[in-house]
Structures are given as C-alpha cells and as structure tokens.
Design a protein around this ligand. Sequence first.
Ligand code: PEP
Ligand code: MG
Length: 564
Amino acid sequence: MVTLRGASGSPGIATGAVYVIANAEAVIADHPEPESVFRGAMERVAVELADLRDEATASGRQEAADILGAQALMAEDPMLADAVVARLDAGEGLGVALDAASRDIAATLAALDDEYLAARSADVIEVADRIRLRLAGVERLGLDAMTTAAVVVAEALTAADTARMDPSLVAGFVTDQGGPTGHVAVIARSLGIPAVVGALGATEAALAAQQVALDGSRGEVAFDPDDSTSADFERRRAESAKREMYAARYKGARVSYGSSPVRIAANVGSSDDVAVAVDARADGIGLYRTEFLFLERSEPPSEEEQYEAYRIAAEAFDDPVVIRTLDIGGDKPAPYLNLPAEENPFLGERAVRLYDQFTDLFRGQLRALLRASTAGEIWIMVPMVATLSDWHGVEQLVGEARAELAQLGIPAGDPKIGVMVEVPAAALLARHLASHVDFFSIGTNDLTQYVMAADRTHGRLHRYADAAHPAVLGLCAATARAAAEAGISVAVCGEAASDPVTALLYAAMGMDKLSVTPLAVDRIKAIIDESDPGAAAEALRVVLDAATATDVREIVQPLLDGAG
Ligand code: PEP
Ligand code: MG
C-alpha cells in the first residue's frame, strides 16, 4: 500500500480500479514496411473509435458519441492516409510523416470559413494522437477511452477534460498537479465526482497499482489499500451518506440567519447544470460561469445561442439568476481568441481586462443578456474588476449594447449590474465601488490566491489556499460592511461558501446570499438555519483577530459539531 496526501479537490469517497492517463512520450520505432503498419493502426483506431461511439450512445452520452463518431469516420478517411503515405514515399520517417500530415490537414480545416469543418481540425489531431499511441504501443489512452468505471489518475487535467467527465465512469480522480480552488476542482464538485488534487507522486504510484481509494474531503489517497484502510474508507463513506440524509430535510426550504433571510443559491456552468440546480431546489443561481459556453470550440457561441442559454436559466427560477460575463484567461483559455501565452496567466489579461480588446464579443454577450432579462430576473455580474475605470469601461459597453438593441427595436430588460469582489484592491476600496454598482459577490477563490500570492492551480501551494485565513476573512468582512452602508446586496460565490466553517462566518458578516456547488445546497441551508447568531457573531469577532487559518477553524468548528 502507498498512501499520499494532496488537497481536497471535491468531497466524497471513491474506490476502484486505477485508470492512468498516461502522458507517456509516444516513440514510434522505424519499421521496414511503414505503410502497412500505418494502415493497420488506422484500421484498428477506426474500429476502436466506432466501439467507443456505440458505448457512448448506449450510455446516453450523446455529445461524446457525436465527437467519437466524427473521429471514427476521419480514421477511415483517405485524406489522412494519402497525406502520410505521400510523405513516407518521400522518405520521411513514420512519426515525422504522421505529425506533419496531421498538422497540415488540421491547419487547412481550421482556416476554412465553415464552422463544422473548422471544428474537425481538433479531431484530426486527436485521431492522429490515437494512431501515434497505437504505433508506439502505448496502451492506455485518454478519458474518452474509458469503458468501465474506475478512478482516474493523471499528472494534470484541464478544465475542459473535467467538464467532459462522465460521473458514471469516473468514480473519482487524483492529480499530481492542481489546487483546491482551480477550475478542475470547481467542476469536479459540481459534477459530484470525488477528487484529490496536488497529490505529488500519484501518477508514479498509480502505474504500479491496481486499486485505489480516495477521500476527496481530506485529500487522502491510498493505492492498493490494505484491509483496515479499506474498512476505514468505507466507514467514512457511511458517515458522509448519513450527513447527506440529514441535510436532505432542508431540500427546498428557505432559511434565515437569526431573523435575516439568507438565500442559498447554486453555482452553474451550463444549461445541464441549471437543471441540476433546479433539482437541488436552490434559491436561484448565484454564479453562472458563462465562459464554459465559450471553451472547447473553434469559435464563440452566437448571440442567439447565448440568448437561449441565458433565457433557460432565467425562466428556471423565481429567485435572481446571477450571470457572470466572460472570465476567459487564467486557467480557462479560448484558442480562437489567439491570446499570446502569458508569463503569469492569473496576473495577466483575464476577464474584464480583455473586454476593450474584444468589444464585439463582449457587446454580443451583453445583448444576449439584456434580451434574456425580459424572461426572468437576471443580474449581470462582471469578474475581476479592480478599478473604477474597469467599471466605467463596462458601463460604457452596456450603454452601447442597449443602444444597439433599441435601434433594432429588440426588447431588453433592465437587469441589476454588479461586480465580483475577487481582486484585493476591489475589496480594500469596496466603499468606493459600492456607490456605483448594484451588488457585490465575493469570489473567494481568486481573492484567496491574490491575497496569499499563491497560484490557485499550483500543486505544491495548497497550504496557502485557505479562504479561512484571517487576512482573507478581513477583506470579506470589509466588503460586507461597505455593501451594508451603501444598501446593496452582498454574496459569496467562491468555493468557501460551500465550506460550513466559512459559510457560518459569512452569514455572521451579513452576507444575504451564499452561492454554492449544487450538491452542497441542503447542507449549507442546514448549517445556516441551525446556527446560533449570538455565538457566531462572537466567533467572528475573535477570528478576525486570529493569526492563522488553523486557529480560525478551531474556533468555529465547535459551533458546527452536531449541526447540519
Ligand atoms: C472566484 O474566484 O471565487 C469565483 C467564484 O470565480 P472563479 O472560480 O470562476 O474564478
Ligand atoms: Mg474568480
């Protein structure tokens, strides 16, 4: 048995067979008859992709089935084979010929003025990768090749990989890299997939193991666990099921902190997630991360497609639906924007900082949001605002989008417009911002990384990534005070709103809304409703003067024992 400790990526216990996503170098050896070896590999890959497509269809994963179907056809298409064979005939080695031919075809497709064909460009590269792995004899492939349920172990995953995960196949995952508030972890929580991130050495240990057990809440992993460790993980699983059963009595309830109502809303990233939030009977949506509509594609969604997505969300709830404008950059790149690589992506051109370069894109999103606001109560939220001039730039673009709609005679609603408080400067000067905006929502994921100067995706810096640190709590409390003075709504929508310790402190600070991962809605409702405001207010007073996050947790935890 090998045990490792990482950070909590997503709570829950997962056990099962190990499935390693190998980042192994695929080295293709020279062969006396390269053409026949190559054609044989293509045929096998075409069959493999068709099998995967059929499995995806049978398990109702239509989106994955469509992609795999298109790739299966591509693996049979003479276009790639002819290009590779021409290069082999010219004397190139098999690996070089495959790389160059697939890159040429992908570039040609990407340049076409045809959305469907341009999207196939990425498929050519994926099919060529699959052929390369076959030729190199590397057996274990990517997530799409999973056919039975297992625990995924990888050096690193992208936000897009995680968003595509099928929870019926991925029982849980462990990564060497990544931090607890990176988007990989955020998405895992929304899918309810237990995960441990930043467990250095995981891939190496996994290559020698058959079975793995992980505790996503505590960040613990055991490869080939012995009997007593397996029993311990089973006991933890039973305890967490008991907690969930208890919390379920709050489904659909409205809760208060003392006599002040607190809305427990949900964080979502797609129309599918909206349905999950409706099932969770959340009090509206507190954060709709629209950038997920923009990733993993060769061009941005049209205004019409966006309007539909926003309208569906607006119509799904009577409570407000807070839709965040694009937060691209950082750990969420969109290839078609052709942004130059950043030395420090989280300190670079991200979110609102890109809007004046991509005014058409942003105004299109604003038009879709203003139109969808006629269907329900949408609040528009702007990420990463650091200065008043960021805010004034947004106001100007909103005015332009409104004028464009008016000129076309298209009806628009009158949504509230507010900002995420996630840059320390915005929190420190919240009293100035508060008189300009309609509401605040604190993004503790970014606020924590910026206050602690620790990249939220960094595998070795989790010890800095705790929003319970008094330095971060102090800024949250200051933001809540500024909002109260200005008479505007203030929420927390970072992952810390789903953590019982910090959730209780936020209620004590006077937040009127906590927006949490849908699976945590009932539990946080229970925590807030069963709290003792007198004791929580006293705990808040003490923790704001504490020195460490550990002290904060020790002070607050006793108030939660027995609750929720
Ligand atoms: C945050 O930063 O806390 C937040 C909610 O936004 P995101 O995690 O998408 O950056
Ligand atoms: Mg953020």
